[in-house]
Design a protein around this ligand. Structure first.
Ligand code: RM4
Ligand code: MN
Ligand code: MN
Length: 426
């Protein structure tokens, strides 16, 4: 399934007048306040977020999985789905593959397909949290941290293989997320587990090509419920520092204990030049993998405020790998991803409206009330016409969810693929 340009143009016709009216009204207001609206729109248009290959089918929980009709059952079809997202939103210009869930069988064909849809290959993700068919060793008691050298070696080799796969596709980063940890006190020795992990990561790092990054993700708990080896940004940063200049910390929004100040974490990591990537989602309780911005949009905005500040003021920090890391139990995955993309763009646009100079002056005056007014003034602005303009400027649609439904994308996918297809993933 490919969305044709004519369909997009046709769809946009009916909403154009309304869009122009709303945009002109907002642009006028913002210009009067001294904002460079054109610049904001082009920054939004340039902002691209990778779609994880495992989020295109129905997710599930350990209690069950309710499949969604017309799911992609091959990597080709997954790339096509990202193509659908990208042609509507013009924000999903990359895909992030999980290995071994999505190993290409024909590299050239996959590359050509992605190229034709304007999709790049973002970070590749390794998987040492599940046992693979025919594997000699089990990860039941950990992978890179395991007390058994044979297990560690198998896990290291897997990561090196993933780098090779990514390299063939043009990826420039490897993301490592480990489930390693323990379920009960006394089960493992914290220091040994940490040291083994560091040593294993150094072995993987040796295989990282010159122009690549190693992104080290952290998570406080689950699937292990007593301790996780890389539990927080501090552990991740120590490990990244132990590897070298090409290793960075990756922040996943859902991987924090409730009420953690994530904006402060991203801020300090950028100051140290060590924030490498970002996984978007939202949560109420833990790693809930919910639609971005569905629960705590203000927290997302505060995070973007720090990211915008860091992107402008921290040249020591590299460009970030942006990815959505969500899963969908009850929604159409593509609709859910569209909502996430929209929420990301919205938070970014609002953060771009923060008057950084005025904020700095208010901070220096210790004018706490003014600081809050500046942040919330930006947050309360309805920026959706800016998002529409950014999408239109690249050939996307005014309202992606509405377009997705009017074009009956899911109906067409079911027609093409059948009802009972199942995507690879968790
Ligand atoms: C983990 C983590 C990783 C993702 C897996 C599927 O919780 O967020 O980034 O690769 O889930
Ligand atoms: Mn993640
Ligand atoms: Mn997660």
């Amino acid at each position: 399934m490919k969305i044709q340009k004519e369909h997009i143009l046709d769809y946009n016709k009916s909403g154009l007048e309304n869009h122009n009216e709303n945009f002109d009204f907002l642009a006028n207001k913002l210009s009067k306040k001294g904002h460079n609206v054109q610049d904001i729109v082009s920054r939004l248009a340039d902002f691209q977020v990778a779609i994880p290959s495992w989020a295109l089918g129905a997710g599930g929980t350990r209690f069950g999985r309710f499949s969604f009709f017309g799911e992609p059952s091959s990597l080709e079809q997954k790339i096509e789905d990202v193509g659908v997202l990208h042609s509507l939103t013009q924000t999903a210009g990359a895909v992030s593959l999980h290995i071994p869930w999505d190993i290409p069988s024909d590299y050239n064909a996959i590359k050509e397909k992605a190229d034709a849809l304007n999709i790049k290959f973002d970070a590749v993700n390794s998987n040492t949290f599940q046992d693979q068919k025919d594997a000699a060793e089990t990860y039941k008691y950990g992978s890179l941290s395991n007390t058994s050298q044979a297990v560690r070696e198998q896990a290291i080799q897997h990561n090196l293989d993933v780098i090779k796969i990514g390299d063939k596709l043009g990826s420039k980063a490897l993301t490592v997320w480990l489930a390693d940890g323990s379920c009960f006190p006394g089960q493992n020795n914290f220091q040994t587990a940490f040291q083994n992990t560091q040593d294993s990561l150094i072995d993987i790092y040796k295989g990282i090509p010159e122009d690549w990054k190693l992104l080290i993700e952290y998570k406080p708990y689950e699937p292990n419920f007593y301790s996780t080896v890389i539990q927080d940004w501090g552990a991740s940063l120590m490990l990244a520092n132990g590897c070298g200049d090409k290793a960075f910390t990756l922040v996943d929004l859902g991987h924090h204990l409730p009420n953690s100040n994530i904006e402060q974490i991203v801020s300090i990591l950028q100051l140290k030049g060590k924030l490498g990537g970002f996984h978007f989602n939202d949560s109420k309780y833990g790693d809930d993998d919910l639609t971005v911005g569905s629960i705590k949009p203000y927290a997302l905005f505060l995070i973007f405020n720090e990211l915008v500040y860091g992107m402008a003021n921290n040249p020591q920090n590299p460009d970030l790998a942006w990815m959505i890391d969500a899963s969908h139990n009850v929604k159409d995955p593509l609709e859910d991803l569209i909502q996430s993309l929209e929420a990301i763009q919205e938070a970014y646009a609002k953060a771009l409206l923060i008057d950084q100079a005025a904020l700095k002056a208010a901070q220096l005056d210790n004018d706490v009330v003014k600081c809050q007014e500046i942040l919330q003034g930006a947050y309360r602005t309805d920026v959706r016409p800016l998002l529409e303009k950014a999408r239109l400027s690249r050939g996307g649609v005014i309202s992606p969810i509405d377009a997705y439904r009017s074009l009956d994308v899911r109906g067409q996918l079911i027609k093409e693929r059948g009802k009972n297809t199942v995507a690879t993933g968790l």
